[in-house]
Design a protein around this ligand. Sequence first.
Ligand SMILES: NC(=O)c1ccc[n+]([C@@H]2O[C@H](COP(=O)([O-])OP(=O)(O)OC[C@H]3O[C@@H](n4cnc5c(N)ncnc54)[C@H](OP(=O)(O)O)[C@@H]3O)[C@@H](O)[C@H]2O)c1
Length: 334
Amino acid sequence: MNTQIKLAKRPKGLPEKENFAFEEGPVPSPESGQVLIQTIYVSVDPYMRGRMEDTKSYVEPFQVGKVIDGGVVGKVVESKSEDIEEGNYVIGHLGWQEYSVAEASTVRVIDKNLAPLSSYLGVLGMPGLTAYFGMTDIGQPKEGETVVVSGAAGAVGMIAGQIAKIHGARVVGLAGTDDKVQYLKDKAGFDEAINYKTTQDLHSALKEACPNGVDVYFDNVGGHISDAVYPLLNDFARIPQCGAISSYNKGGDDTGPRIQTYMVKSRVRLQGFIVSDYAKEFDQGAKHLGTWLSEGKLVYKETINEGFENIPDAFLGLFEGKNIGKQLIKVAEE
Ligand SMILES: NC(=O)c1ccc[n+]([C@@H]2O[C@H](COP(=O)([O-])OP(=O)(O)OC[C@H]3O[C@@H](n4cnc5c(N)ncnc54)[C@H](OP(=O)(O)O)[C@@H]3O)[C@@H](O)[C@H]2O)c1
């Protein structure tokens, strides 16, 4: 049988278990040009929360009653394609289900001897590339500059901060637990890290950690964390606006201190971006990330929950900060 997870109803605020429906159906059969894929790793990502809303965005909303989809690594168990063989491992945009049929042209064969299968959904995949292009193209950190990263212990933030270090910057991370703060300083090479949940006066703590002000603010979270960073921005600072997870479950408009005065006074450039804007350059980005990994300049971390039935929980855990590094679910043995 093929267990699937569908969107049962659209959430209001933080999604709950009742927003997801588990259903069983037969394992599908591939037709000419298609492959049958057994799911091994499922990626859960904050942007999926936006897809649960029925609103226009850069990606189509999930449909109520339909299988939820996202990044998946799996094994080809049956092939009716000349391009992909049975036994190949592939990555693709597939359903939250144990087996998927896909056109061979829509998935990419990956090599488990080159890198662990899970890393193709993390450091070498969408989150790693997001960090790479956001930091190098928009952030453009320079030797001696100060870079602040919010959501710093997550899949994107952890890599973004290390890329800034590779470019010679002083890097300060913001994260939600002491363990994460410790990891960033001890393992990921951040110069300083702050637990934004336990720090009484975040602005003062940041000021102390950034005595020369902030030249690049790689923002994953928005909200009151960003409010504490804006007054510290130096002249000609850059803000790659990667995400705003603090507002994803709020519904309606999120308001806070107005930022325009800081932007004008310090001639700040704030640019939102979507990783797919850089699709034509993905190979080049992945090559850089792979080289830094092999040279030991980049480390990465994954939180891997086991069991298909735990996919919704792992997704919900993103909004409680349960993950460190990339959150994945292992559904079947490699
Ligand atoms: N622009 C793009 O193309 C693109 C691509 C990928 C991701 N993104 C965005 O980048 C951000 C990070 O994504 P990711 O995949 O790397 O996720 P992640 O950081 O691995 O996981 C989410 C983390 O966000 C933090 N968080 C949750 N709720 C929060 C809140 N209310 N305030 C502050 N922090 C909160 C938690 O860490 P703490 O314990 O530190 O709170 C949690 O672990 C998200 O906003 C995502 O939407 C954008």
